[in-house]
Design a binder for this molecule. Structure first.
Ligand SMILES: Nc1ncnc2c1ncn2[C@@H]1O[C@H](COP(=O)(O)OP(=O)(O)OP(=O)(O)O)[C@@H](O)[C@H]1O
Ligand SMILES: [Mg+2]
Length: 602
């Protein structure tokens, strides 16, 4: 048995589209970028000029040693000082440039981070049920750091380095003749061609390492989330081994990754060394033949260093950019994923009479012959029609798995129905905005999950703008006060991840308090009291009756005693309605409901 591993991704070719997506963020700070660019141009000019100073120093020294002794001290000192100054300014301007640009990348990362976050929340429930949190968070991490790298180097390395190369080659050609330019240019071309080829080959190892990295993280997070289950079954060793298996896949992928890097770097170094040797041999023979001065020899040497350093860097940048693009791929893939449930264009707002403004509640719900399946092969809801008139309380009962909670998810539009429609106050819920639909419905779900925050904040979540008094009132209505006073930290108690430090019944009451605070016109209770003892249940039911009095409510329950006062009771079986009516009518039918009732009474 094994839980699913990270899904294999379709290995597509690298997506240069990423550049297009990043560009707008670069243009957000035009002035900053312009200033950083001018620093950059200055650095490049200075660094091309530097070897000339070096040449002059050497030539002066050379002349001095053969000529008069008098100028020996004075002239080189000035040049040496100039050399030092230019060197320093190169570094300083590079630092200024990076500092200026840092702001631009950080803003871009913030924007993209928020965009991804919003997008994740816009995706449908199905995506989230299938998601693997650990792997997902890794993809996002790698994606943002990839973006950072890409922006920095796109602006500051590729274009400027090419510029520098052109300058140096031109100088070599003009000052020393065609051969120097030919050697330089051909070695540069070979270098670039080799780098591109080898990097292309490497990309798949980078991808494989990424996939392995995400899946081991998925495994670790999933295992930790199931901490208790692991203990119940004393499966620590099993978990460790499964995790280690993932880690070893990652290790293998990394080894290949490293070996391919070695081949890449080695090849690049070979090309550079060959070119350097050829150039120096040529220059040395020219000096020997007295065509060149010693200063020229040093100048050429310095130029070569200067040229190959950025070139080497370009190789590194190209490699990293490819790597970054591979990293960003998953992130942009995520952004490209369209939610299955979407608002129609120009979706209307769900209109309900404002609670308080009007005593009339307009929120009638109509389920009109709906069918639905999570998976086409297994229908869950097979043609269900019923009404919940405004202000009424309707109960839905039936066997476990008959599709009751699914009905609620459809009402909340977590999924779209396959056929038929659901209307609230005459408006088809698929035609109104999800935001307006959900803002009118309050749900106490079957399994409440809480934020790892204080009790107070968890309740206030129902209406973030609610005052403290309103929150306390909701807590009181949900019969939570007594429990809270018994806590050493009271309302400031932190509930633990997913609320696991509370009992099932306490969590349910927090969920009820939240919903009371939200104060919607439609209320849904999905087994809202299932975790409560009969005493608390009675108290909560009174509270629920209080809040549902003027509202439309849908109540799902297993314990029939909690819903006998409903205006209508729907009995479901295998996604169909088998009986409906009020408690007395259903008992008189002597069908499924009356059987269930008798069973629960005895
Ligand atoms: N996201 C999903 N993907 C696939 N199948 C699902 C999904 N959610 C629920 N199901 C299936 O749909 C059926 C109906 O589930 P639903 O939660 O609506 O049942 P229920 O009537 O609320 O049951 P219970 O009384 O146990 O809460 C179940 O068989 C369940 O396995
Ligand atoms: Mg259910």
């Amino acid at each position: 048995m094994r839980r699913s591993s990270y899904p294999d991704q379709e290995v597509s070719s690298i997506n240069w589209q990423a550049f297009k997506l990043i560009l707008p963020y670069l243009f957000e700070y035009k002035k900053r970028i312009a200033f950083a660019m001018s620093c950059l141009v200055f650095t490049k000019i200075a660094s091309v000029y530097l070897p000339f100073i070096l040449k002059d120093i050497v030539d002066t020294l050379d002349a001095n040693t053969t000529g008069a002794e008098s100028a020996l001290i004075i002239v080189p000192l000035g040049l040496v000082a100039a050399y030092g100054l230019v060197r320093l300014s190169i570094v300083v301007f590079a630092e200024i440039r990076d500092t200026l640009f840092g702001r631009v990348t950080e803003r871009a990362i913030r924007r993209i981070g928020l965009k991804v976050f919003r997008h994740l929340h816009s995706l449908d429930l199905d995506f989230h049920l299938n998601r693997q949190t650990g792997g997902l968070s890794r993809d996002i991490d790698r994606g943002t750091s990839g973006i950072n790298f890409l922006m920095r180097f796109m602006v500051f390395n590729i274009v400027p380095t090419l510029l520098e190369i052109v300058m140096v080659v031109t100088i070599l050609f003009v000052k020393y003749g065609i051969w120097y330019a030919v050697i330089t240019l051909s070695s540069i071309l070979t270098y670039i061609a080799y780098s591109v080829f080898a990097t292309e080959l490497r990309t798949r190892y980078v991808r494989a390492a990424n996939i392995a990295d995400s899946s081991s993280n998925t495994r670790a997070i999933d295992s930790l989330l199931n901490y208790e289950t692991v203990k119940y079954f004393t499966n620590e060793e099993f978990e460790a081994q499964a995790y280690d298996q993932q880690l070893s896949t990652w290790e293998q992928a990394k080894i290949k990754n490293r070996l391919s890097l070695f081949a890449l770097n080695g090849g690049q170094a070979l090309i550079i060394a060959a070119a350097m040797t050829a150039m120096l041999a040529l220059a040395a023979s020219d000096v020997a033949a007295d065509v060149m001065t010693l200063g020229d020899f040093v100048l050429i040497n310095a130029f070569m260093m200067q040229l190959f350093m950025p070139l080497n860097f370009l190789g590194f940048v190209y490699r990293e950019i490819k790597g970054s693009l591979a990293n960003i791929e998953n992130l942009f893939g995520l952004l490209a994923k369209a939610p299955k449930v979407q608002d129609v264009p120009d979706a209307a707002i769900l209109n309900l009479a404002e609670q308080g403004n009007s005593t009339i509640n307009e929120a009638s719900i109509v389920f009109n012959n709906i069918t639905f399946a999570y998976n086409a092969k297994r229908p869950i809801i097979r043609g269900i029609s019923f009404n919940v008139n405004a202000g009424e309380k309707v109960a839905v009962v039936g066997q476990s798995g008959s599709g009751k909670s699914t009905l609620v998810k459809l009402l909340f539009r977590f999924y779209d129905v396959d056929s038929g429609n659901i209307k609230i106050n005459g408006q088809d819920i698929s035609q109104v905005s999800q935001q307006s639909l959900r803002s009118h419905i309050g749900i106490v779900p079957q399994d409440t999950v809480l934020f790892n925050d204080t009790l107070f904040n968890n309740v206030q979540y129902g209406c973030p703008t609610a005052s403290e008094d309103e929150v306390l009132k909701a807590i009181d209505l949900a019969h939570l006060s007594e429990f809270i006073t018994s806590l050493p930290d009271g309302l400031e108690t932190v509930v633990g991840e997913r609320g696991l430090k509370l009992s099932g019944g306490e969590k349910q009451r927090v969920a009820i308090a939240r919903t009371i605070l939200k104060n919607p016109q439609v209320l849904v209770f999905d087994e809202a009291t299932s975790s409560l003892d009969s005493h608390s249940e009675q108290a909560i039911l009174t509270a629920i009756n209080e809040v549902t009095k003027s509202r439309t409510s849908l109540v799902i329950a297993h314990r029939l005693s909690t819903i006998i006062d409903s205006d209508n009771i729907i009995v479901m079986n295998h996604g169909e309605i088998v009986e409906q009516g009020n408690h007395q009518q259903l008992l008189a039918l002597e069908g499924q409901y009356s059987k269930m009732w008798q069973l629960q009474q005895s």
